[in-house]
Design a protein around this ligand. Structure first.
Ligand code: S3P
Length: 168
């Protein structure tokens, strides 16, 4: 089984994935890292040189590679929900999709505190539009929704574990 974390930029997918990996003893993967590795360049460079379209193609390729593995915790890029096939690949050997739901206000605070370069979070108004557009899609594709505002990583991880244990 894979546990796949989805959610907007800054929702805490990478941090939560690391902690979940420790709890489950599963290897942790991050689609953003795997895209950069495949392209041999940074996310910003891919966007600048080849456009978002190329980034999305690489995400699909990475997900296809991951369709062969299981027992992984997978943190995804915020835009993977734009190509449903990515999620299909990630859970095709069994898995759960967990949406880390965070308000836009909280995301803005968190992103300010992170220097990581995010090509789609340069303009606050555009980011807010993206956020609004994507919320229903994250909800639609998730097995579980965990709200993360005002919660520390351990609380979020505990909630995910509870949800998964309740299913089994
Ligand atoms: C993106 C989110 C980023 C990264 C890329 C595009 C998006 O990942 O995949 O910059 O479209 O929301 P994080 O959600 O890990 O920041």
């Amino acid at each position: 089984m894979n546990i796949v974390l989805i959610g907007f930029m800054g929702s805490g997918k990478t941090t939560v994935a690391k902690r979940l990996g420790e709890k489950f003893g599963f290897q942790v993967l991050d689609t953003d890292d795997l895209v950069e590795k495949k392209a041999k360049m940074s996310t910003s460079e891919i966007f600048d040189r080849f456009g978002e379209h190329r980034y999305r193609e690489l995400e699909v390729e990475v997900a296809k590679d991951l369709s062969k593995v299981s027992n992984r915790i997978i943190a995804t890029g915020g835009g993977v929900i734009l190509n449903k096939i990515i999620l299909d690949y990630l859970v095709c050997r069994g898995g759960k999709i967990v949406f880390l739901e965070t308000t836009f206000e909280e995301i803005v605070k968190r992103i300010k505190n992170h220097s990581r370069n995010r090509p789609l979070f340069k303009d606050l108004n555009i980011a807010a539009e993206l956020f609004k557009f994507r919320q229903p899609i994250y909800r639609k594709y998730s097995d579980f929704i965990i709200t993360t505002d005002l919660k520390d990583t351990d609380s979020v991880v505990t909630e995910i574990l509870e949800k998964i244990n309740n299913e089994n």
